[in-house]
Ligand binder design. Structure first.
Ligand code: HEC
Length: 160
């Protein structure tokens, strides 16, 4: 009896391991998928700022569009540090502009990401306040935070 009970327990544990192992595998994106998702997210981040810039240029900025896009950029900036797990650099074997320094100088990378979040937070505030004259300078400050990280950690795009 005792032996049988333990055997059943063992089999059950094994079956549970297989189930959880299988689901973990299914949920785990490959490095190539992670890179694609992060590049799409970075494009969305660029898109949010561009939408704001377009509003400013229009001369009659729609403050709802401003506020919505500032929030979108801020949300993406908050997620950004999670988009670069180890193994998603050039070693992944797919096209990426992420420099190896992201993983050899992680503290610098985190600082750059945190600076962006700080500026994006302020952007949300000025956009919500609806003060068009404050939005331009804060967009520039945010753009500087993007550029600081790109200079250090991104292989420059060929068109530059
Ligand atoms: C902490 C670092 C960091 C910050 C801050 C940052 N970026 Fe980037 N960005 C990167 C890296 C690294 C890549 C290259 C990613 C890759 O190719 O895998 C990149 C790539 C991009 C791309 C190209 C995506 C593609 O492949 O099509 C865009 C667009 C972009 N960033 C926009 C922005 C904007 C806009 C901001 C600021 C609002 C910003 N980034 C802030 C690190 C950063």
């Amino acid at each position: 009896m005792r032996f049988r009970g333990r055997t059943i327990g063992f089999l059950l544990a094994g079956a549970m391991l297989m189930v959880s192992g299988g689901s973990v595998l299914a949920a785990d994106p490959t490095p190539a998928e992670i890179i694609k998702t992060r590049q799409d997210s970075l494009k969305a981040l660029g898109g949010a700022l561009k939408a704001m810039g377009d509003q400013l240029k229009s001369g009659m900025p729609d403050m709802t569009v401003m506020a919505d896009n500032a929030k979108k950029a801020d949300g993406l900036a908050k997620e950004l540090p999670t988009w670069f797990p180890k193994g998603t650099g050039e070693e992944a074997g797919v096209k990426t502009a992420a420099k190896p320094e992201i993983w050899t100088m992680p503290d610098d990378f985190k600082t750059d990401a945190a600076n962006l979040k700080t500026e994006a937070d302020k952007l949300v505030q000025v956009a919500a306040a609806g003060d068009a004259s404050a939005i331009g300078p804060q967009m520039q400050a945010t753009g500087k935070a993007c550029g600081a990280c790109h200079k250090e950690f991104r292989v420059p795009p060929p068109e530059h």
